[in-house]
Write a protein that binds this ligand. Sequence first.
Ligand code: TPP
Length: 512
Amino acid sequence: MQRYWQAANYLTIGQIYLQDNPLLREPLQVEHIKPRLLGHWETSPGLRFIYVHLNRLITERDAQVIYLAGPGHGGPAILATVYLEVTYSEVYPDVSEDFAGMRLLFRRFSTPGGVPSHVSVPTPGSIHEGGELSYVLTHAFGAAFDNPDLIVAAVVGDGEAETGPLEGSWKSVHFLNPARDGAVLPILHLNGYKIANPTVLGRTSDADVRAMLEGHGYDVHFVEGDDPALMHQVFAATLDTCYERIRDIQRDARENGVSDRVRWPAIVLRTPKGWTGPQSVHGVPVEGTFRAHQVPLSDVRTDPDQLKQLESWLRGYEPETVFDETGRLAPSLAALSPKGDRRMGANPYANGGTLAVDLDLPDFREYALPVEQPAVVRAESTRRLAEMLRDVFTRNAAQGNFRIFSPDEANSNRLGPVFEVENRCFVGRRIPGDEHLSPDGRVMEVLSEHLCEGWLEGYILTGRHGLYVTYEAFAMVSASMTVQHAKWLEEAVNLPWRDPIPSLNILLTSTC
Ligand SMILES: Cc1ncc(C[n+]2csc(CCOP(=O)(O)OP(=O)(O)O)c2C)c(N)n1
């Protein structure tokens, strides 16, 4: 696994720096370096470390896992791993598993006409665009709802963890039903820094981080250090423990019913920012500091010392041993990748259109309000709509692929009729007097527009259907997310391998 990680690290740096000489068959020269250096090194080693370990878990347990990278600006990390597991070459055959394909992988990265520097729509296995930080956990929970076998591994950056929506997202666990839903495994990656500053949680003691996450309802596991040999052991053991805990929680709920409160596992991973990268550049510390954030050796084209440093950094990952003479991953390493659809880059849950089952919809005309004469009937349009939504719930109860998401406004938006057949979801203490509240409910009411929109996006990106109901004024709270989703759709239609996903439906009320 260490060598697999080395191969992935090598490919990441290659994408950032190299336009030629991909396997360093000749001494590195300025003409092999890209004219403009773009990309994020810093978060990438951690993202790949987690990916390689999830690969082991998937292979050993036949687990169904997808991977959401909150710090998705580490795009080259995920591209490197999906390339190593061969999904990338299957989706884009010209980026083949050989010398020529590796060269193309490098050249296309963050280049006009190539692929974005962030995890994005063209990245196989992705349902979460790495751009606007904040939404990784809300997307993860949306994906896990009604997908009982799925585990969504969600990496949260410590900078990202400072955002309002992410802070609110921890509460999603109070809406996750272990009998009916899959699981989210949050991995809070404390690499200590954002772009130019320390992070709040990076500078917070383990005791306080633990207290915060325990307060949200998690069972917290710390993995910290910078010695890869040790870190592999501890992280692997922790992942096994978390996996077993998840399956225990689910088994218990599926056999004995859902209890008030379960503690889902979460991992806190503390590693240096820019782990295994240059320690320092011209005497200025880089690894483990904010200076590792983007391109740590930024003057390689003009500074011969930096060029030498880059070459020895690259050679340190031993490309001649991890790749064979044709440029393919060495067979002993390739054997570590999960197979077929279990590869995280090829998992159908991350290409939700392939799994989508159409809703059984009644004819909307049946819900029309008779208007015999103008200006004599007084009625509420959303109440009529709610009668139709009620019947949508009933007709699709067996396939369980429809939910309504609302920031506590189902009643005020006159959706009452849905509660004739459906409940609000709440996985926590219920007391006499609560109305229509159940862990099995499919009306998701949380007072967070970000969670409503994000849960719905995660839900439809994995092939299910839903409706987000909110007042127009407060829809602006999550409008930026809607824009991001629209950008995703705009790009996805150009990729024939991505099947169309169900629509993002938003009901805006209280307009003029
Ligand atoms: C909402 C939002 N605000 C600002 C940025 C700009 N930005 C990109 S990366 C970054 C720092 C992220 O830090 P962290 O989440 O800790 O990730 P990592 O250190 O692993 O890169 C910032 C502020 C952004 N991408 N999204």
